[in-house]
Ligand binder design. Sequence first.
Ligand SMILES: O=C(O)[C@H](O)CO
Length: 327
Amino acid sequence: MPGQSEKLKILVTHPEITKVVINLLSRDYEVIICQSLPPTRSEILEKCKGVHAVLWASNLKLDKEIIDAIGPQLKAISTKSAGIDFVDVEEFRRRKIPLGHVPHVQNDAVANMAVGLLLAAARRFHEGRLKIESNNWETYTLNWLLGQDLRDSVVGFYGFGGIAQAIATRLSGFDIDSVLYTTRSRVSEEIEKKYNAKKVDFDTMLAQSDFVIIASPLTKETAGVFNATAFAKMKKTAVLVNIARGGVVNQQDLYEALKAKQIFAAGLDVMTPEPLPSNDPLLSLPNVVVMPHTGSAIKRTRDDMSILAAQNILHGLAGEPMPAPAY
Ligand SMILES: O=C(O)[C@H](O)CO
């Protein structure tokens, strides 16, 4: 136990966390900051011993080894991401250690990325650039580089939480016809009305959607569900967008489907693995638009994410419920 004048310790696992957060945490606690860039597990394992809370700003595995290295005085950890597929949540639950994550604050930024990818894939941005680079303008034909239209389209969502709804809000400005969504439980009637949305089973969503947007967490249930069987059920003109996690998609099957033009195009902010090797076959396809998992990469959004993570651990240290508990 620390003495009366000794402050409890918080480990921040990344040197670039905004000063606002460091100042906030330093008011009542001693803050230890990891310095390695990229963050290393070895530095975290060394510095985490004896701390009382951790702001986990990394997607390195957060597991039993780390919890054991910290020690039994640990009171709270928060990730700085919405997705927690790199965390052994069961271990936290079993030991009753408060675990926070960071949902909602990145909805707008990620939704903007999704719309960007959707338009870029539907309107063939990558292929257009390749044509320019190879001096292959075919503007003499009347139907060169025709894309897919959002107007009057059906947009299907796999997962219909905050990010998906923020995407649907934006797409309503493109005069889409309706929204289909596949989730475990139905959203409220009010939300369905707002987006002209209907809950349908996975196969119906795949078969009837012109655009399919993956916006679900990666879990045992969602891993690899977008596979060859799923792609075979989609329209040939369909555009797939993934801003969730690469693991929801079987990437080899996606590659085959795109190459065979079984579906029209894909826009991906997430993939497997990350970083994607520069010689990955996916990158050889003209009908894929890729971004390196930067959906939330807006300064204000990233700061908001750090602030919410800090609030999670401050509440955890005070023995209060976190604003955004992960379980
Ligand atoms: O989960 C999130 O918040 C983003 O995808 C960053 O990992």
